[in-house]
Design a protein around this ligand. Structure first.
Ligand SMILES: NC(=O)c1ccc[n+]([C@@H]2O[C@H](COP(=O)([O-])OP(=O)(O)OC[C@H]3O[C@@H](n4cnc5c(N)ncnc54)[C@H](OP(=O)(O)O)[C@@H]3O)[C@@H](O)[C@H]2O)c1
Length: 283
């Protein structure tokens, strides 16, 4: 019989792509799944779930922003032989009362098989692949986080921790707060970005800045949600789990810049650029 495979959800996304690449490099058999992945998987289409789970015994479990991890999928996975989940959750999940990801954590804890929960801080890649990219290109970012410091983390370090949890013993039942090596305020991170790229991004970080750009019915709720997020100090998870130090924000920015990020001319845009504010009460 063929070796069991590892199913990677979100395999075209920031973390899943890197998890799949690392697993393949380690000689594992990987099923790269998403709506546009090698294996078609759609959270909204249950008919795609069984094929994705065929011959799989471990799952990198992520749901994209706003979508829940469907309980029926987890139950079906276990019924079809999955023995380990590595779940992508988020740092601040408790403080921000992120019910979507709290429910996902409960699901894997109660699934009756092995599990590890990853709670990463802000992804560095938000700035070049994700929802902050349009703001960088527009030269202005509005987020009501003031000078709070966040331990921005490289998605490749998250992937390295995920791969360890998927392939090694000793990570079951762990909740890993995955961070970069230092905590930076948004103004500091944007200053480092500017030093690397020459692109200045104005940060407007007060609740009133946010109210000025947000629909009134959403502003207060979202300001409260962001307010619950404290300073995110770095942890030693990446070093402890992978044996090497995490990438700094500056090194991430330099690598992204060298790979061609942020070369477009300045563009007009909203606070998060093309992403509607209504979609973003969390990172
Ligand atoms: N950004 C942050 O700073 C941060 C921090 C902590 C936690 N998180 C959490 O990380 C998760 C996002 O992870 P990520 O950044 O790796 O992903 P991502 O880059 O946002 O990509 C989303 C992935 O989900 C897939 N997808 C979208 N809709 C789908 C659907 N209906 N069915 C199946 N697959 C679908 C996409 O592929 P297709 O388009 O091919 O389907 C893509 O592979 C979110 O849950 C977020 O809350 C984010």
């Amino acid at each position: 019989m063929a070796d069991p495979s590892i199913l990677v959800l979100g395999a075209t996304g920031s973390t899943g792509r890197r998890v799949a690449a690392r697993l393949t490099a380690a000689g594992r058999t990987v099923r790269r799944a998403s709506r546009r992945g090698d294996v078609r998987f759609d959270w909204a289409d249950r008919d795609t779930w069984a094929d994705a789970l065929d011959g799989v015994d471990r799952v990198y479990l992520m749901a994209p922003h706003e979508l829940p991890v469907e309980p029926d999928f987890v139950h079906e996975a276990v019924a079809r032989g999955v023995r380990r989940f590595v779940l992508l959750s988020t740092r601040g999940v408790v403080e921000m009362r992120d019910e979507r990801l709290l429910a996902a954590e409960r699901l894997v804890r109660e699934a009756g098989v092995g599990w590890t929960a990853l709670r990463p801080d802000w992804f560095d890649q938000n700035f070049d692949e994700g929802f902050l990219r349009p703001a960088v290109l527009a030269g202005e970012l509005v987020l009501p986080l003031g000078g709070k410091r966040q331990a921005f983390v490289d998605a490749d370090d998250i992937a390295a921790v995920a791969v360890a949890a998927l392939t090694e013993d000793g990570h079951e039942g762990e909740v890993y707060e995955v961070t970069g090596p230092e905590a930076l305020s948004f103004p500091r991170a944007l200053a480092e970005l500017a030093e690397v790229t020459g692109r200045h991004v104005e940060f407007r970080g007060t609740p009133d800045d946010y109210r000025a750009v947000m629909p009134a019915e959403l502003a207060e709720e979202q300001i409260r949600a962001w307010d619950a997020l404290g300073d995110g100090e770095p942890t030693d998870v990446v070093a402890r789990v992978t044996g090497r130090e995490p990438t700094s924000f500056r090194d991430y920015a330099a690598r992204a810049w060298a790979a061609g990020a942020w070369r477009e001319p300045a563009s007009a845009s909203g606070p998060f650029g093309a992403v509607s504010c209504a979609e973003r009460p969390s990172r």
